[in-house]
Design a protein. Sequence first.
Length: 241
Amino acid sequence: MATLVAFHAHPDDEVLLTGGTLARAAAEGHRVVIVAATDGHMDAVPPRGAPRLAELRAAAGVLGAHRVVHLGYADSGHGKDLYPDPADRPRLVRADTQEAAGRLADVLRQERADLLLGYDRNGGYGHRDHVKVHEIGRRAFASGAVPRLLEGTVPRETAARLARALREDATRLERMFLPRAEITHAVNVRRYAALKQRALAEHRSQTGGKLPGTLLGLPVPLFRALLGREWFSEVGRPRRP
């Protein structure tokens, strides 16, 4: 049994980018830990706790994950404006990268992790918190806290086809994710597509968004066809010729 730690920016990212891989790893007997850098909230956390972290724990249960950890940061939002930090915690993009990497490395060492999942250098679609997760993951890996780092991504060519299928603008994907030549691992998760869709549904606060709403409305066979494979680029592994 190996231990896999998946490091994500916000609750629901764990499903969209790696949900099938996490479900497959858990089903095959491996220990799965999800680390969320932020709680997904822009303001102070309510006294009863962050609702999106509760959704994350529910989604993690669907996927079969064994532990969920929040690193302690707030969502940085996106767009041109960066708002002041909430009174109770800093926004991720303002966090000291070394300090945040130390928090992640502590979890990796506690878990004796064999594998860390992070984000590609573009932060996938470019959200500033996703880029920060890439930087933190790289720093934690460089510290020797984990022997392998695979960065979750999508081949740009595939992302463009998916965008067109969902009637989204595909031209903006040209500088997002990674070209197919940089992909080192393609994981078949078709058997776990229904679990992935169920886990996404647990993020109830986000299902009104266009992408989650569209994906949840798909029949499972179509969801499986569109999202039945997940991709990674392993740091330190030679790229395809």
